[in-house]
Design a protein around this ligand. Structure first.
Ligand SMILES: [Zn+2]
Length: 239
């Protein structure tokens, strides 16, 4: 049996009573497991297996199944959503889905786990939720080898003039001379430099939201699909 600090990323009902749960674990990275009878009895799984909950995961492998068996999630507690619970909940779910799409089962993800823990702490400590999420996305993308670049053109290195665009496949800005994709909206150089200067404790909501949208698009490009939590965040913004 393995025991590790872990955060639940995703929960899917399975059969009559079971749940399939995806975790990001401090040791072992992404783990997918079956929690038997979890929908009937909550006793074994503490406060529950809901996405965002953190606890001490115990699991064991069974035969040749690719799913582990979840034995317990001791001391599980939900994340602190901060002073604006709706925004806190929404940005945390984008972070959880980002961890899910960036992580491969069996791969070490100790750094990603620490970055996620830090992001949850920022939201709980009342950082502007979108600034916390922008910091998180930039940091996990850099950790995965896709360091974002907003301060200059990624192709020619020159300063971003008017009509610069974000290239989602490179997670970076390109200048008007180097960019040919007219389907992508242009970004004012002053806004791009505010995005480049963004910190998790920044109070620049416009730059934070722009960063989340651009980095979210880059993540969707990497994943090859739309992210549900990001779609939800976009809908919440325009509502
Ligand atoms: Zn250029």
């Amino acid at each position: 049996m393995t025991e590790t600090d872990a955060i639940s990323l995703r929960v899917t009902p399975y059969g009559e009573a079971d749940l399939i749960v995806t975790f990001l674990a401090a040791e072992g990275g992404k783990v997918r497991g079956i929690a038997r009878a979890a929908r009937r009895s909550r006793k074994r799984f503490g406060a529950g297996l809901d996405p965002g909950n953190r606890g001490l995961l115990s699991h064991h492998t069974q035969g040749r199944s690719e799913l582990v068996t979840v034995d317990g999630f001791a001391g599980a507690r939900p994340p602190d959503l901060g002073p604006d619970p709706v925004s806190g909940f929404t940005v945390i779910h984008v972070a959880l889905e980002a961890c899910d799409v960036l992580s491969v089962e069996g791969e070490n993800a100790a750094r990603r786990f620490r970055i996620l823990v830090e992001m949850l702490g920022l939201v709980g400590a009342a950082a502007e939720p979108h600034a916390a999420l922008a910091w998180f996305l930039a940091t996990v993308l850099a950790d995965a080898g896709f360091a974002p670049r907003f301060d200059a053109c990624v192709r020619c290195g020159s300063a971003l003039g008017a009509q610069a665009r974000f290239d989602a496949s490179r997670v970076a800005m390109v200048c008007a001379r180097c960019s040919s994709d007219a389907s992508v909206a242009t970004i004012e150089p002053s806004l791009a430099s505010r995005v480049a200067a963004l910190r998790p404790d920044s109070s620049d909501p416009e730059a934070a939201r722009t960063a989340v949208e651009l980095l979210g698009t880059a993540l969707e490009h990497l994943a090859g699909r739309r992210l549900r939590a990001l779609e939800f965040l976009r809908a919440a913004r325009s509502a």
